[in-house]
Design a protein around this ligand. Structure first.
Ligand code: ATP
Length: 444
């Protein structure tokens, strides 16, 4: 993980937040390449969930909802983790994760393992961030930053049903920030307090719920394979009945082999009719489906839920590679071209040569209308290639002496390092085609 964190920082993907003020534990800001890569993850998720389907529509609900939403959903009373304090080192730990935590005084030990440790009894700690709405600061103005996007979907079920003229099976997809006051955030972006969730609630007739649950586990698993994540680093893990939330009749985690071990990347749950029933009871508005023949039922819900952060880390870890080429070390991010922040670099071989620069600028202007591409004339060509390798740019077009003679350029492939020549006028079509090709990592 250290290598990923340091590359992310060095190349401006992700910085510790509020750094000039000493940071704010486990909070991060995204730089240019981080923003581009996040945009790609978000839009490829949206493409698979909404754009390429007839049965899912989009929603963007508010972050601060009526607080009664969180009473109905069970979050006010039950969205808690068990917490213990250490009276000696003054740190807080999750009572159920002591074996993964480090004691504040002796980092090689776990809390409770040294004679000095003095842990309190466990108590439940609510993970929702509280805030105040309006100028009054009393109980009646208490509100919460949403800890998940899903509830914003359930409370809009009726709107979508009527206005989007849908009937089960159909889904509502939403992407947006969620907030959890995690007791022990950490492992880079894996567990943060502010993250961007991508959730989809799929409403189905109860009798079909099991089939759709299995369907969504496979769909989401295959999405990761499509975008180049190695199958050996992915697995499905079905929760046992004891592990499942009270409302769930089936939960499967899609796990990734992070540097911290197998951990939840995405969760797929069969939530039954719990959420719609709860909101019906608390709001007095019937959230049910009524068919043309008058049949009525409360649909079951299948939910695939993931954060961009967990995908971001998994994809960086999966893509990171080091090798020696021509006796020199090379660090390369073998990202799927659709995920890579920059699709191509345009490099004039000799930056002082005005003709080369002119041609390179012209090509850059043509390509940038359709793709994120980067013009770079800073430093030796080898160093420029290395820089692009480190941010995962799949292709580099170089303008050289021969370009001035016959209007051809070389294209260099990030993974194979193979080079070929192309007419400059055909680069745009070539790039289009290359970005569309299925891609698999050459790494073992
Ligand atoms: P965990 O057990 O790891 O805390 P969870 O089971 O509470 O996760 P869910 O409530 O199912 O997580 O949230 C759905 C998804 O949101 C998770 O699969 C994960 O991708 C993401 N997620 C949850 N909490 C965080 C967090 N603190 N930071 C980043 N992503 C998160």
């Amino acid at each position: 993980m250290d290598k990923i964190v340091s590359l992310s920082r060095r190349r401006g993907f992700v910085f510790p937040s509020s750094e000039v003020y000493g940071g704010l534990g486990s909070t991060y800001d995204y730089g240019h390449y981080g923003v581009l890569m996040k945009n790609n993850i978000r839009s490829l998720w949206f493409q698979a969930m909404v754009q390429e389907r007839d049965d899912i529509v989009a929603l963007d609900s508010a972050i601060i909802l009526n607080p009664r939403v969180w009473e109905a959903s069970g979050h006010v009373s039950g969205f808690t983790d068990p917490l213990v304090d250490c009276r000696t080192c003054k740190l807080r730990f999750r009572a159920d994760q002591l074996e993964q935590s480090s004691c504040g005084r002796k980092p090689s030990k776990h809390p409770g393992e040294t004679p000095d440790c003095n842990l309190t009894e466990g108590r439940q700690f609510n993970l929702m961030f509280k805030t105040q709405v309006g100028a009054l600061e009393d109980e009646s103005s208490t509100a919460y930053l949403r800890p998940e996007t899903a509830q914003g979907i359930f409370i809009n079920f009726k709107n979508v049903l009527q206005l989007a003229r849908r009937k089960p099976p159909f889904g509502i997809a939403q992407v947006g920030k969620s907030f959890r006051n995690e007791i022990t955030p950490g492992n880079f972006l894996f567990r943060v307090r502010e993250f961007e969730q991508m959730e989809m609630e799929f409403f189905v007739p109860p009798a079909d719920a099991e089939r759709w649950y299995r369907y969504w586990i496979d769909e989401r698993f295959n999405w990761y394979l499509k975008y180049g994540v190695r199958e050996r680093n992915l697995r499905k893990r079905e929760h046992s009945a004891e592990e499942r939330s009270h409302y769930s009749s089936g939960t499967t985690d899609i796990e990734y082999l992070y540097p911290i071990g197998w951990s939840e990347l995405e969760g797929v749950a069969n939530r039954g009719d719990f959420d719609l029933t709860q909101h019906t009871q608390h709001s007095g508005t019937k959230l049910e489906f009524v068919g043309d023949e008058g049949e009525r039922y409360t649909p079951y819900v299948i939910e695939p839920a993931v954060s961009i952060e967990r995908i971001f880390v998994a994809m960086l870890v999966d893509a990171y590679d080091e090798e020696v080429v021509a006796e020199r070390d090379r660090t390369v991010l073998r990202l799927h071209p659709a995920i890579a922040p920059v699709k191509a670099a345009i490099l004039p071989l000799i930056p002082r040569n005005g003709d080369m620069v002119g041609k390179a600028r012209g090509l850059h202007d043509e390509l940038r209308r359709r793709h994120i591409v980067e013009y770079d004339d800073g430093g030796q060509i080898g160093r420029r290639y290395r820089r692009q390798d480190e941010i995962g740019t799949p292709f580099a077009f170089t303008i050289d002496d021969q370009t001035l003679e016959d209007d051809t350029v070389t294209v260099r492939d990030r993974d194979s390092l193979a080079q070929e020549r192309l007419p400059i006028g055909g680069v745009r079509a070539w790039l289009e085609e290359a970005l569309d090709r299925p891609w698999r990592t050459p790494s073992a």
